[in-house]
Design a protein around this ligand. Structure first.
Ligand SMILES: C[S@@+](CC[C@H](N)C(=O)[O-])C[C@H]1O[C@@H](n2cnc3c(N)ncnc32)[C@H](O)[C@@H]1O
Length: 229
């Protein structure tokens, strides 16, 4: 049975080059550079190789940091992002495929899958979990983030376990991911803070301290391991 796509997924499936350019341009922000460093610090130590899938690749924010260390693969529902990933990486162009969590490509199994900033926006979380689990090798890892405010946070561990995935680490991080739910006052303060970051008045070390203090308002990073049986 075919699963539904959320509005979020449909928007990306139909992404046009101008929208992809805008998303790419947003990565130039200092804040995004800091958030990428935060992701790398938290995630790289948990990645198992040799075959690592960045799913979805999006603008190509994360996977370039894996090149040269692992066999890197990338999937995304957005054909435009996959087209760009192939052009940017001609030597591994065949490793990038257009596919969705709902209709996943099953031709290859991976030692790790990294899924950032996406799972909470998928129409059916359990379908995504089942399909991600189906392309992991035994004892392989799925690393993803999911916010405590997400609709399926309360039964996430249960769903993971139903599909043979055991959570080996859950950690709070990236409070920026949760800012939209804050009060008007805290959003305003947050706005000033981001401006200070953008003009270079907040060094990375201060950003890390602020992130540690407010991490409980952000998202959660899960590292899961697939059973061996
Ligand atoms: C906010 S971006 C995150 C991209 C990347 N993981 C990162 O951290 O930069 C969300 C991504 O989810 C992808 N996406 C949305 N719905 C999807 C689905 N149902 N299956 C696969 N990818 C999907 C979009 O195309 C987009 O690249």
């Amino acid at each position: 049975m075919k699963s539904n796509l959320s509005k979020y997924s449909t928007r990306f499936r139909d992404l046009d080059p101008a929208a992809a350019d805008r998303a790419q341009a947003s990565l130039e922000r200092r804040l995004e550079g800091f958030r990428l460093s935060l992701d790398l610090t938290n995630i790289l130590p948990w990645i198992k190789g040799p075959d690592v899938l960045d799913f979805p690749v999006g603008t190509g924010r994360f996977y370039p940091n894996l090149l040269g260390r692992y066999n890197v693969f990338g999937y995304d529902i957005a054909g435009e992002y996959i087209r760009r990933a192939k052009i940017q990486n001609p030597e591994i162009a065949d490793n990038f495929w257009e596919c969705s969590f709902e209709d996943i490509r099953k031709n290859r199994l991976f030692d790790s899958i990294v899924t950032l900033r996406t799972l909470n926006n998928i129409d059916d979380t359990e379908v995504a979990i089942r399909h991600a689990a189906s392309i992991l090798k035994p004892a392989a890892r799925w690393i993803f983030n999911y916010p405590p405010s997400g609709a399926r946070y309360h039964d996430l561990r249960e769903m993971l376990s139903r599909h043979g995935l055991r959570v080996i680490r859950e950690k709070q991080y990236d409070f920026h991911a949760g800012k939209v739910r804050d009060s008007i006052l805290s959003q305003r303060i947050y706005g000033y803070y981001v401006r200070l970051i953008e003009v270079g008045l907040v060094p990375y070390v201060v950003f890390r301290v602020v992130d540690c203090i407010f991490a409980s308002r952000g998202t959660r990073l899960f590292v899961c391991e697939k059973s061996t049986s």
